[in-house]
Design a protein around this ligand. Structure first.
Ligand SMILES: Cc1cc2nc3c(=O)[nH]c(=O)nc-3n(C[C@H](O)[C@H](O)[C@H](O)COP(=O)(O)OP(=O)(O)OC[C@H]3O[C@@H](n4cnc5c(N)ncnc54)[C@H](O)[C@@H]3O)c2cc1C
Length: 459
């Protein structure tokens, strides 16, 4: 058993862990990173398949946190390229646009469907002016009518969140605002108010590769294939972290610990008896919470549609989202070829998780063919990744549950622990940067205020 004293021990090399390690090395501190996989980046890593280098599912990178936007620009330079960010929705045999700029006010909705949608909007607006709303579905129908809501949002959001709107309570009355006819027709502005979108030419993993290189050059070290196995806490501090490789056990005595491990994984070590910890149930088989399945399909023909991704609102399929990596203005896909990633979002012991790889591939391929998004005869390869316990959420609101809130509260008092795992690659990176700043200055006020999702100042 090898024992080592370290100043800063980073658990997991996700964007949060790498953000912390990068900031520390900039100030001359050499951190030690433990990562159970053989590559850095966590859920931001790229998937290499022959000459293809693609993201893990759909990756939309946000510029909403200036420190992170600057960091990504600094490490990528010209490889951080603008792309059109054209997003569509698949509803039965149609592709509609999210943004008006592509196919006008109707966003590709044929005239008869559009008129029926407007009439339907008026019907629901009047109906719920006189009748109370009983559930969230009715709340949404009141705002935009049933038809437009189903075409543009409902099926996708229900699949993504794993909740049926008809079984959820309506929003607070105070928040209910009737969409105007103009809003119904024109929709909302660009997602999150961001107007310029960029993506690494070789995929999101290019950021983690670049950060890893900088960290190594500045003296930081990475232990890949090394799984954290125990964390000892005494008097409100982490005193020892145990980790295992294939052939040895390592023990670290850290001054500070930064964890980008998924919250449940971290808490399994620190609060083994806490209710709802772990991504699996007591039998170790059934994933608790959300899981994601990714099916990559490689085709020798150019893409049939121009969108970077499609949200699948159509209720006739379990497919949730389809990413088209050739549409990111980069080099993830060789010219004239296509790679689509079909995402399935699962909740609890979803039967999809029991399907064999080939059955999942068939489901994805047939789904894409049915919607006219791919010609099966041109496909020459596929890859299926089942990610039990992995939540594709990018927003705090989609990620937080009562159980997670309890876990966050329980680990908060551990004074040398910086839990930086966050939904959203930018928020995770920012939490890492702030954790490093806190260690370097000896003051964790800003870290707690700006990056703790339970704090009022959370960015
Ligand atoms: C399908 C999908 C789509 C997404 N889309 C977007 C998007 O469009 N935009 C966006 O901003 N975010 C997106 N996200 C979310 C984003 O990827 C995560 O929020 C982000 O990666 C979290 O970073 P992190 O560093 O906190 O953790 P992670 O990226 O989860 O990294 C955790 C690391 O810890 C390692 N680890 C786990 N257990 C151990 C152990 N016992 N010992 C050692 N190492 C361990 C893991 O191998 C991993 O490398 C998406 C996620 C998924 C799954």
């Amino acid at each position: 058993m090898r024992t080592e004293d370290v100043y800063a021990l980073i658990l997991g090399s996700g964007p949060a862990g790498l953000g912390a390690a990068y900031r520390l090395t900039k100030s001359g501190v050499a951190p030690v990173v433990l990562e159970k996989m053989h590559v850095a980046g966590g859920l931001m890593r790229s998937i290499q398949r022959g000459v293809f280098s693609v993201d893990l599912g759909r990756k939309e990178l946000y510029s909403r946190i200036p420190d992170v936007d600057r960091l990504w620009t600094e490490v990528l330079g010209d490889a951080y390229r603008p792309y059109p960010h054209r997003v569509g929705v698949v509803y039965h045999n149609h592709i509609f646009e999210i943004e008006r700029k592509y196919r006008g006010v109707r966003r590709g909705v044929p005239w008869p469907m559009f008129f029926l949608g407007v009439l339907d909007y008026l019907r629901y607006a009047i109906k719920f002016r006189v009748k109370p709303m009983h559930n969230y579905e009715e709340y949404r129908y009141r705002r935009r009518g049933r038809r437009f809501t189903r075409m543009f949002a409902q099926g996708f959001i229900e699949k993504f969140e794993g909740k049926r709107w008809a079984e959820m309570p309506p929003e607070e009355e105070v928040g209910v605002q009737q969409a105007t006819l103009v809003e119904v027709a024109l929709g909302t502005p660009t997602a999150m108010g961001q107007t310029h979108w960029r993506h690494p030419a070789k995929g999101s993993g290019q950021i983690s590769q670049s950060l890893e290189q900088h960290i190594r050059e500045a003296g930081g070290s990475f232990h890949f294939g090394t799984q954290v196995s125990e964390i000892h806490v005494s008097d409100g501090r982490i005193t020892q972290v145990y980790a295992k490789t294939e052939n040895e056990e390592l023990v670290f005595h850290p001054k500070h610990v930064v964890s980008s491990l998924p919250l449940e994984a971290l808490c399994q070590f620190i609060l083994p008896n806490a209710l709802g910890t772990g991504s699996q149930d007591v039998t170790g088989k059934t994933p608790v919470g959300k899981s994601t399945i990714l099916v990559y399909i490689f085709s020798a023909a150019p893409p049939i549609f121009p969108h970077a991704w499609l949200n699948v609102t159509c209720p006739t399929t379990r497919i949730g989202r389809i990413t088209n990596y050739a549409a990111f203005n980069g080099e993830m896909v060789p010219k004239g070829q296509t790679c689509l990633c079909v995402e399935f979002f699962c909740t609890g012991s979803d039967p999809l998780l029991d399907l064999e790889t080939e059955a999942l591939h068939t489901l994805a391929l047939e789904g894409c063919a049915k919607f006219g998004l791919l010609a099966p005869a041109t496909c020459f390869d596929h890859l299926v990744l089942k990610l039990p316990g992995v939540d594709a959420a990018t927003k705090w609101q989609d990620w937080i549950t009562d159980a997670r809130q309890q876990l966050l509260t329980a680990i908060r008092p551990i004074e040398n622990l910086y839990n930086v795992n966050r939904p959203g690659t930018d928020k995770a990176t920012y939490a890492g940067l702030q954790a490093a700043e806190a260690m370097l200055t000896g003051d964790r006020t800003a870290f707690d205020r700006l990056t703790d999702p339970l704090s009022d100042g959370f960015l």
